[in-house]
Design a protein around this ligand. Structure first.
Ligand SMILES: Nc1nc2c(c(=O)[nH]1)N[C@H]1C(S)=C(S)[C@@H](COP(=O)(O)OP(=O)(O)OC[C@H]3O[C@@H](n4cnc5c(N)ncnc54)[C@H](O)[C@@H]3O)O[C@H]1N2
Ligand code: MOO
Length: 415
């Protein structure tokens, strides 16, 4: 089969997924990290009422237009109380956040005022600077108005959304149900870290499940670990059937290649699922399985740990975003330049672990490629800031070659 370009593989992955149906209403404390299901307008005005922006004195601007002026001041407005209407020609002591008394339309900061006493003993204030209409006060609804568009469906709810929702008197939000993801590793040679190996049998530590568990540890995802499956079609079939009965997405790693021990395609076929074993023109991550089992999307990642990581963040991330109802587009990255030459042949798109070189002046960020390449290498990732995508059609990649830089924040969906 001819290798498919990376963009074709992204499109094929996207075409398999559609947003999960089902929503739930959650109170704000349970909403962070969930995906908003419906556009949510402001429920109340923010600010909720006209209030003072500073500690000082409320008055009619007209009464303080020409400073200095002394105004009787016997009224008080405290936060959390309702002040009496303010009579003309008078001032009211007011504190930050307290309601503006009816009649007042200006606040003068206390630093520009002095408390004085009139000859008859009445408390008064000497206003030292001219008052401006609307000065030092915040009007109800000047930031958000009830009914006005506020939160957009598909948003991953973070601190900004929560602050705005609460301020606009939204107590609960309609979010999409969690995306259910089941994942497993394939391979007789695999053992979990720390598990004792059988005497004399070389064992490889399963790093792909912990990697996937970490990527899936998001509030909008419900993940189920289906363990390590041996290279036996029946066992794989049983695990996949269990996964597909529950999950929206099933992710496997290993068993994707062409050897006799690679049983995944057969297990999917026996379950009457669809399965396309793509050869993607990328390095690493050439073998990629895309399919469907019942209602679940199937994503088959290569076993090699770096290849599995790249496939998981690129294709897994895209499918997950689509399933979750978030905007889902091919990871865009941003334009950056290779700081040094990379040896390559035209044909496959490279995904390389890179570190941002500290900026020197203007221009796109420059990237240092880390460690020797190889689809099984993990150590170079540890010092990386993201992945560089070197376009497949480039015959060579000298220093200064423009690439797409995918930050880990972008790839992990946290940026
Ligand atoms: N004759 C060919 N052989 C291979 C080809 C090919 O085109 N022709 N492609 C190579 C490429 S590229 C890749 S990538 C791998 C993909 O193989 P599989 O997906 O079938 O993966 P395995 O064979 O099961 O394992 C490969 C490698 O990775 C280790 N592994 C597997 N799972 C895990 C895990 N969960 N945690 C850590 N390490 C894992 C496994 O022990 C092997 O070392 O095929 C090439 N071969
Ligand atoms: O495509 Mo494989 O992932 O190079 O090792």
């Amino acid at each position: 089969m001819a290798p498919v370009p990376v963009d074709t593989a992204f499109e094929a992955a996207l075409a398999l997924a559609s947003p999960v149906e089902g929503t739930e209403r959650v109170a704000l404390p349970a909403a962070p990290g969930r995906i908003l299901a419906t556009d949510s307008p402001a429920a109340g005005p923010y600010p909720a009422f006209d209030h003072a922006a500073v500690d000082g004195y409320a008055l009619r601007a007209a009464d303080g237009a020409e400073a200095p002026v002394v105004l009787p001041c016997t009224d008080l407005s405290l936060p959390g109380s309702r002040p009496a209407p303010l009579a003309p020609g008078r001032a009211a002591r007011i504190f930050t956040g307290a309601p503006i008394p009816d009649g007042a339309d200006s606040v003068v900061m206390q630093e520009a005022c002095a408390a004085v006493t009139l000859p008859d003993g009445t408390p008064a204030v000497r206003i030292g600077t001219a008052a401006a209409a609307g000065g030092n006060l915040r009007r109800a609804g000047e930031d958000m108005r009830p009914g006005e568009a506020l939160l957009t469906a598909g948003s991953l709810l973070d601190a900004r959304h929560l602050a705005a929702a609460a301020a606009a008197d939204i107590g609960a939000l309609e979010v999409r149900r969690r995306v259910r993801v089941a994942y497993l590793s394939c391979g007789n040679e695999l053992l979990p870290p720390g598990a004792p190996a059988a005497a004399g049998i070389p064992a490889a530590r399963d790093s792909n499940r912990p990697m996937l568990a970490a990527l899936l540890a998001r509030p909008w995802i419900e993940a189920r670990d289906l363990g390590i499956q041996p290279d036996q079609p029946e066992r794989l079939q049983a695990a996949l059937a269990e996964a597909a009965g529950w999950a929206d997405l099933v992710v496997t790693s290993g068993g994707m290649s062409v050897g006799e021990t690679d049983h995944l395609p057969e297990a999917v076929a026996r379950l009457e699922g669809e399965w396309a074993a793509l050869q993607v023109a990328m390095k690493p991550g050439k073998p990629l399985g895309l399919g469907r089992l019942g209602a679940a999307v199937l994503l088959g990642l290569p076993g090699n740990p770096y290849a599995a990581f790249v496939g998981a963040v690129l294709f897994g991330g895209l499918v997950l975003r689509r399933l979750s109802g978030q905007p889902a587009v091919r990871p865009p990255g941003r334009r950056a330049l290779l700081a040094e030459a990379v040896s390559r042949r035209p044909g496959r798109t490279d995904f390389l672990p890179v570190a941002l070189v500290p900026a020197q002046g203007e221009g796109p960020p420059r990237l240092q490629v880390l460690g020797p390449g190889g689809s099984a290498r993990l150590a170079p990732l540890l010092a990386a800031d993201g992945l560089a995508e070197v376009a497949g059609d480039l015959a060579a990649a000298p220093a200064g070659t423009p690439v797409r830089f995918h930050s880990f924040a972008e790839l992990f969906g946290t940026g």
